[in-house]
Design a protein around this ligand. Structure first.
Ligand code: AMP
Ligand code: GLY
Length: 425
């Protein structure tokens, strides 16, 4: 069987790497892929990103299964396009992907279905948004409606910052947010305190299977300081997600979401990622939904998955996820993101990477923003690599991953030195 993975980041490298391990899979193509997927003899890159062109290519190649990594092709309707031509694809339709692509849609959905989340209001009018901030005070959170590649959220500790964020998002749109129908809109919501976790499940429209738990480090610098990024490192399992929290997240967030989508006539298929905020009392609120797996959470999660991912995907695309029992390595996997000089604002391209090690039973370097050039691998994007290791403890996985990361070099490389610290108590 031939498989296609859409995307080109570390998440897609990890999904493709895992799918290629299935004895039923003869080839895995990654569109567009990166320098790491190009190098792996089991994988092949395809330089197509347009949704219709991808579907035509997949049909001609007799691709048996397509898995979608990032949010943009989902919001562009790639699942609708493939399904309309009878092709098997795992991901949500464009309508279902609104859970991520529109904050206004997902907040209204959560309110309607009594799914715990921060109180909020949505605004298109800047004067009304400013008045709301004045009435509520800080801290307060301002979010751009529409996809913004992780840059559309300002956690304002002062009212001044919130006012600036509103003007920035509603009047200037310097973020390059993809606006939804009706133009620029912001969601302003209550500030939530607590610890974050990534709660990711697979859905086939009706049945739900939770993946192993994970936690990400969103800030650029050690101690969770500095600007927000796409994620600087992650590990699985996440001890903060106790069995009680797990049960609560399933009962209060995931199941009502799947039921709510089904009853709205837009059944959810694909990965559903709830960003959780867990407070000191063990209450759980939804920060956001993503309609895809997390990056870098996918990298450690795939390192721990023992089941055949191709079989799992077949079940997930034929409404039989209830037949699947996912098997996990009991060890901890931890991934460290190595980012380019200037990330996240202005990542530099072209730095040559040296010291890349071979894969072992317990270590793997997943590529993200890399490309091949004159026989070398160079940095070609913000997050460049995710160095991932498996070991019996978080500390062991951390040590092993840092040993590998420290042996890799490129000019200007930035990586945190404390990935996993919340899980080491
Ligand atoms: P989002 O894209 O909505 O997940 O927001 C990105 C990040 O901003 C989250 O991972 C949180 O760290 C932070 N954040 C978002 N919403 C809130 C909130 N209501 N209270 C506190 N922090 C938040
Ligand atoms: N690592 C956070 C995300 O994928 O949204």
């Amino acid at each position: 069987m031939k498989v296609l993975v859409i995307g080109g980041g570390g998440r897609e490298h990890a999904l493709a790497w895992k799918l290629a391990q299935s004895p039923k899979v003869q080839a895995v193509f990654v569109a567009p892929g990166n320098g790491g997927t190009a190098q792996d003899s089991r994988l092949g890159n395809i330089a197509i990103t347009d949704v219709k062109a991808l579907r035509e290519w997949a049909q001609a190649e007799k691709i048996a299964l397509t898995v979608v990594g990032p949010e943009q092709p989902l919001a562009a309707g790639v699942v609708d396009e493939f399904r309309a031509h009878g092709m098997r694809i795992f991901g949500p339709t464009r309508a279902a992907a609104q859970l991520e692509s529109s904050k206004a849609f997902s907040k209204a959905f959560m309110k309607r279905h009594h799914i715990p989340t921060a109180d909020y209001e949505a605004f298109t009018d800047a004067a009304a948004a400013h008045a709301y901030v004045d009435a509520r005070g800080a801290p307060i959170v301002v979010k751009a409606d529409g996809l913004a590649a992780g840059k559309g959220v300002v956690v304002a500790m002062t009212a001044q910052e919130a006012h600036e964020a509103i003007d920035f998002m509603l009047l200037d749109n310097k973020l390059g947010v993809t606006h939804n129908a009706g133009g620029a809109r912001v969601v302003i919501e209550e500030f939530l305190a607590g610890e974050e976790a990534s709660f990711i499940v697979m859905c086939d429209g009706k049945n739900v299977t939770a993946l192993a738990t994970s936690q990400d480090h969103k800030r650029l610098l050690d101690g969770d300081e500095g600007p927000n990024t796409g994620g600087m490192g992650a590990y699985s399992p996440a001890p903060v997600v106790t069995p009680e929290i797990h049960a609560r997240a399933m009962r209060e967030i995931i199941l009502p979401t799947i039921k709510g989508m089904e009853s709205a006539g837009i059944p959810f298929t694909g990965f559903l990622y709830a960003g959780l905020m867990i407070d000191a009392q063990g209450r759980v609120k939804t920060l956001e939904f993503n309609c895809r797996m997390g990056d870098p959470e996918t990298q450690p999660i795939m390192m721990r998955l023992k089941s055949d991912l191709f079989d799992v995907m077949l079940a997930a695309t034929s409404g039989s996820l209830d037949q699947i029992d996912l098997e996990w390595d009991r060890r901890t996997a931890l991934g460290i993101v190595m980012a380019a000089h200037g990330y996240p604002m202005n990542p530099r391209k072209g730095d040559v990477i040296s010291g890349l090690p071979k894969e072992t039973d317990s270590t793997m370097v997943f590529h993200a923003g890399t490309a091949g050039k004159d026989g070398a691998i160079i940095a070609s994007g913000g997050r460049v690599l995710c160095v991932t290791a498996l070991a019996d403890s978080v500390k062991g996985a951390q040590q092993k991953a840092y040993e590998v990361a420290n042996s890799i070099h490129f000019d200007g490389a930035q990586y945190r030195k404390d990935i996993g610290y919340r899980a080491i108590r």
